[in-house]
Design a protein around this ligand. Structure first.
Ligand code: ADP
Ligand code: MG
Length: 485
């Protein structure tokens, strides 16, 4: 049975056993060899990661076979795929290549969800010696709570103007769940800390009340469980789990429910049951509630009935602080000039920012090179060779100055004369629309202005464009043509 058109995401039977991969064994010359190569690769990787990271992230991964030029790796949940891809993928592929020697090694990884590995992952986490002595837990952890990511906590979330509202609301939720901000709806682009914040809420609640039954699930996981329970006549158990045995529901990436009528219906009733019992509900999404496509209006209005907070791309200082913090937690020595360069180059996605830092650190370690600006630039060039040709805030400012015949210093100045303020507003508008740069960062790049100044400039120009103001349309059109965008 297909519900909302989705088959259950489980291990596919054809890659469940290694024996089914014989067709592709030409890669490494035999079935046993393939698995051995993976084992050896794991052994090689172990030396490059801290024991805790290795046990948490790589130990639970299982070899699932070879398909074409991909290695199939089985993982306990989607998060592993995201984390390993961001942090260890290059290293895994490079080590596979070294281990395979002259035989061609896989160039890609295909991830496969295998829920039976979840317990193994948990066991690994718990058997890993903690880095510092921990206070004993008051009660054993409820199994559901195991799904919180141990790394995502408030203490390692860097707060800046772009995320301070979402952070403050999350902290309030964590200390007083089910009361002040219920539901809490956090939205924002990819890799900006939504998952981090919801997990941190879960940890904060657990810390205050270890008996809290916290469910952290992605909307995709909720959908899959729902479909599975329908197929296996377990719907009562499913409802019990989500409606009765749950004190806090943390639902990540709700946009996944777009167009999935039956799952939305189920979620609507889950939501009501929890809400009416004063249970905390936190939902994340990549867009504002109204913009989620094909979402029932009654759910959208439920989402809007509580607190709606956004996370924007962090501005330069926050990006530098995030890099420093990440470097410290990974034991990476990060020079200021490298931090500044990375923060200036990778702007719109914190995951990418962290991934780049780790990639450079791994490269430095593997090649025995100092982690300096040169290595950072080299690595960045290899990752995105076109970055130099991409339009930047500076390009827009320069061309806007040329078009209006004013100096860059005036554009960035505090002068309010219309001859200067109008070009400034136009340039801010184009930057925001075309580059998606955050308001605080734009404020900074336009001579240290407050983000509210940028917001009102962008609003003003948007309004004039809606009114078909010819001067604005002409200027925006001409500058964009010059930029070739
Ligand atoms: P999202 O769910 O919005 O796509 P994530 O929460 O998965 O993003 O964040 C991506 C990565 O960036 C994670 O490793 C997360 O810890 C990190 N991150 C994002 N924002 C911050 C921040 N403000 N401080 C520290 N780390 C952050
Ligand atoms: Mg996320």
């Amino acid at each position: 049975m297909l519900v909302d058109g989705i088959p259950i995401t489980r291990s596919r039977p054809d890659v469940d056993s290694l024996g089914t991969c014989t067709l592709n064994c030409a890669f490494f010359g035999g079935k046993e060899t393939m698995e051995q190569v993976w084992e050896q690769t794991l052994g090689g990787l172990k030396g490059h990661l801290s024991n805790e990271n290795f046990e948490t992230w790589l130990r639970p991964v299982q070899f699932g076979g070879i398909e074409g030029d991909s290695i199939v790796l089985r993982i306990p949940n989607q998060f592993f795929a995201e984390w390993i891809t961001a942090h260890y993928l290059d290293m895994i592929l490079a080590t596979l290549q070294t281990t395979a020697g002259d035989t061609p090694a896989p160039k890609k990884v295909r991830w496969e969800l295998d829920e039976t590995l979840r317990e193994k992952a948990q066991a690994a986490r718990e058997s890993t010696p903690p880095p510092a002595p921990r206070a004993p837990r008051a009660t054993p952890r409820a199994p559901e709570n195991a799904d919180l990511n141990p790394k995502y906590r408030f203490k390692n979330f860097v707060v800046g103007p772009a995320n301070q509202l979402a952070h403050a609301a999350s902290v309030a939720c964590g200390s007083d769940p089910g009361r002040r901000y219920n539901p809490l709806f956090i939205y924002g682009g990819v890799g900006l800390g939504k998952t981090h914040l919801v997990n941190a809420i879960g940890h904060a609640i657990m810390q205050r009340n270890p008996r809290s039954r916290i469910l952290y699930v992605s909307a995709e996981q909720f959908t899959n469980e729902f479909i599975w329970s329908l197929q296996n006549h377990q719907i009562n158990t499913f409802r019990e789990r989500y409606r009765t045995q749950c004190d806090v529901l943390l639902m990540d990436d709700i946009q996944f429910l777009a167009g999935r009528e039956q799952t939305q219906e189920e979620f609507f009733h889950t939501f009501n049951a929890l809400y009416h019992s004063d249970k905390q509900i936190v939902v994340t999404s990549d867009v504002y509630p109204h913009q989620i496509s094909e979402m029932q209006e009654r759910l959208v209005s439920r989402f809007q009935s509580g607190m709606v907070a956004d996370v924007q791309a962090p501005e330069l200082d926050t990006r530098i602080a995030i890099l420093r913090q990440k470097a410290e937690s990974e034991g990476i020595e990060l020079h200021s000039e490298v931090a500044l360069y990375l923060a200036q180059t990778v702007r719109s996605n914190v995951r990418e920012l962290e991934g780049t830092l780790l990639r450079i650190a791994v490269k430095a370690e593997l090649l025995g090179l100092p982690m300096n600006l040169e290595l950072a630039k080299d690595t960045m060039r290899a990752v995105s060779p076109n970055q130099d040709t991409e339009t930047s805030v500076e390009d827009i400012q320069r061309i806007a100055c040329g078009y209006f015949g004013i100096r860059l210093a005036d554009l960035k100045s505090r002068r309010r004369h219309r001859a200067v303020s109008f070009p400034r507003m136009i340039a801010m508008y184009i930057c925001r629309q075309r580059l998606g740069t955050s308001y605080p960062e734009l404020g900074e790049r336009f001579g240290g202005k407050d983000h509210t100044t940028v917001i009102s400039a962008v609003r003003k120009i948007s309004g004039l464009i809606e009114d078909q103001d010819e001067r604005v349309l002409g200027a925006v059109g001409a500058i964009e043509r010059k930029l070739g965008i």
